[in-house]
Design a protein around this ligand. Structure first.
Ligand code: NAP
Length: 277
């Protein structure tokens, strides 16, 4: 493509951001639709968020994704915000910046795609973790399930997440076996299992009931130890790449008014990750 003065610029900010899959995903869709736009990754240290976001507002990109650790700062710095932690900024015609969060809806889209049966019953959810991603998924799941138990290594954070969700409850990290035994849907939203983290954890999968669904937000590796063990027990599994792609689909729609092809993105990103479909 030729970059000109009219080319629309989009970006993702985060720390770290160099290994983000978002440029490959969005530039793939930009090419699919023949748009005059380009999407880049901009590293931004936590302490620099406030002045950088102010400058970005003035520069007027076409769209921005925000990843850790800047989501709360981005929600605060926007002119209009529908969320406490934003992963999308959109510049409006009047120059104002609107902030959105597509993580929760993207997570539900991914569940619908990979485990469509989850909506068929009122279910009990076990949310592992209580960070921004767990909270976004918990808020999105809340209207469709009976209870969401947040189990977090740091108990206070788990209790705060439980209090922020209407049918949220907290579960002690020491009580994971009980939580696994009661859950219809387990959502792994901690950093455990990420490639290179050096952290491994023995999840009490033997306690899971038949028919339970196991979702992991981690996508490097695509099949985490948790998902592999669940699959080997014959359980339905949902990997983290689906959530990444579907929050991206919703970002792209907000910026361009076009729903891009999730399947095309998955094929491209599997190639980037060195995985086979
Ligand atoms: P975050 O706000 O930093 O939260 C991290 C969570 O991991 C906290 O609950 C933390 O517990 C827990 N944790 C960290 N190390 C742990 C350990 N050794 N043992 C037990 N728990 C540990 O991060 P986030 O933004 O919510 O992201 C959480 C995960 O979701 C990450 O793996 C991220 O890559 C993934 N994610 C995926 C997508 C996607 O599109 N697939 C989108 C967003 C996030 P404490 O409170 O005790 O520290």
């Amino acid at each position: 493509m030729t970059i000109s003065g009219a080319t629309k610029v989009l970006a993702v900010i985060g720390d770290p951001v160099a290994h983000s899959l978002s440029p490959a995903m969005h530039n793939g869709w930009i090419a699919d639709h023949g748009l005059d736009a380009v999407y880049v990754a901009l590293p931004l240290k936590a302490g620099d968020a406030e002045p950088a976001l102010k400058a970005l507002k003035a520069l007027g990109l076409h769209g921005l994704n925000i990843t850790a650790p800047h989501k709360e700062a981005a929600a605060r710095a926007a002119d209009r915000s529908e969320c406490a932690a934003a992963n999308v900024w959109r510049w409006e015609d009047d120059g104002a910046v609107s902030a959105f969060n597509t993580d929760g809806a993207g997570f539900l889209d991914s569940l619908d795609e990979s485990a469509p049966g989850w909506r068929a019953r009122r279910s009990r959810v076990l949310m592992l973790g209580a960070g921004g991603a767990a909270l976004a998924a918990g808020e999105a799941l809340s209207p469709f399930v009976d209870t969401i138990h947040f189990a977090n290594r740091t108990a206070e954070r788990g209790e705060a997440a439980a209090a922020a969700v209407p049918n949220g409850r907290s579960l002690r990290w020491e009580d994971l076996e009980r939580g696994f035994g009661a859950a219809d849907l387990v959502v792994q939203a901690t950093t455990l299992g990420m490639a290179g983290s050096g952290e491994s954890f023995e999840w009490p999968l033997g306690h899971l009931r038949a028919g339970a669904i196991v979702a992991d937000m981690v996508y490097r590796p695509l099949e985490t130890g948790l998902l592999r063990a669940a699959r080997e027990r014959g359980l339905a599994t949902v990997d983290g790449l689906g959530m990444l792609i579907h929050q991206g689909v919703r970002s792209f729609e907000l910026w361009f008014g076009i729903k891009p092809n999730a399947g095309a993105a998955r094929a491209r990103l599997l190639a980037v990750l060195g995985e086979t479909a």
